[in-house]
Write a protein that binds this ligand. Sequence first.
Ligand code: FE2
Length: 482
Amino acid sequence: MTVNDVTTPVGNPYQRIYEPLLDERDYRVAQIDGTLPKELTGTLYRIGPGRHQVGRTLLHSIFDGDGMVSRFVLDGTSVHYRNRYVRTRHFEHGQRSDRIRYRGVGTQISGGPVANIGRLPANVANTNIVNYDGGLLALWELGNPHRIAPDTLDTLGPFDFDGKLGFLGAFSAHPKWDPVTGEMYNFGLDLLPTPRIRTYKVDRAGTLHRLATVPMLDLAWNHDFALTQRYLVFALDPLIPDIPKVALATHSFIDSLQFKKSKGTRFLLVPKAGGKPRIVEHEALLHFHLTNAYDDGNDVVVELVRFDTRWNEVRRLTNAVNPGSPESPQFPESRLMQYRITQGGTVIERELTDRSVEFPQYDWRRSTRRHRYSYLSGKSAGATVYDSIIKLDHRTGTETSCDFTAGSVGEPLFVPRTPDAAEDDGWLLALNHDLAEHRSQLVVLDARDLERGPLATAWLEHHIPWGFHGTFTRRRHSADAD
Ligand SMILES: [Fe+2]
């Protein structure tokens, strides 16, 4: 099927990374350069905003586009591609109308404050997709997950863990798994009546249990967290809502946030086993994503990507998604950092790379324990968008990369060669948007040798709009059965 089309001019070539993919496709990939590893069998899922528009009306924020799931079935010799939009209310409305009916995170309904006052952002299910209970959940951090059928990618509807989520049903987009127990941990932000973080554990049977609920005080927003054997670890940055702007709806939610450097960042440690959460103050940081965390004696060590760019610039970038935008994609300067939080409340900061990076990944089997390797997308010298896959060896300090000419590279996911293979013995799977061809590629790299270049490059017949996150499962859905 084809969703509504809108014709827009294209200026900066990098703007094409946000162009919509309006078709829903299903085909065996015809062009594969190199050789797919025979042992690499399973299914890769990716998600991100597939179109930044309601009907023919353009939206104004990277966070407001309709979630589109891509599925890649790998059988060791071929790749089968399918994409489907999540059938949210926002998506369905955009199929019928050109009028923005639902408020977004960064998009206002036309008609001024009166049209927006008291309205929460629409759930567009565009941020992450995770395996759950034999199926998939498409996640968006201020509302319910949407259940997705893993073979067809059909939307099965919103899911609230049998009514156990908090007031607004928020289940954030970055759950973490304890690889020893198989338990999934996550949090949800309740914005009303005052912001609070609800923390959750989902047991192996899929039942959700509530852990601590922590007031956010004057803070408004947090995107990610990490897990140790003892704690859920949050870094709460001083993004503070301008109350009149929020209350009177004169600005969008994202445009209502201010970065109050003097307030500092608070590391919040929530014990998994219950008990009083701990808060450790630090100088102000700005970040979206954490990597892994672990306990080291009585210390807690956590890794995150710190933006070295001012909040207003990051905010403007998130609004630069359509060709009418005055901004062009110029991704922020950032660093992968390590923070050691001591028992005495001291925070020791260490820079792990001076290269601008994002979408930090690691071998998920190392979750809660010290990991040796981190994998990221990042910028090569002079690049304005992420055009490289980067690997850091924290033991030796070695940094290696695979750079793509005229490319835009997304989050690299690590897949171990076998369930008990050593850390780093496996592959990195990432999407690269080749801007010269305006087509996306699934690239497969040997995680131990990035500089060799891709082992295999599967060329799609089209591009995939710049997206966020994904997951891999060894379960291989039969493409022929679709
Ligand atoms: Fe994220």
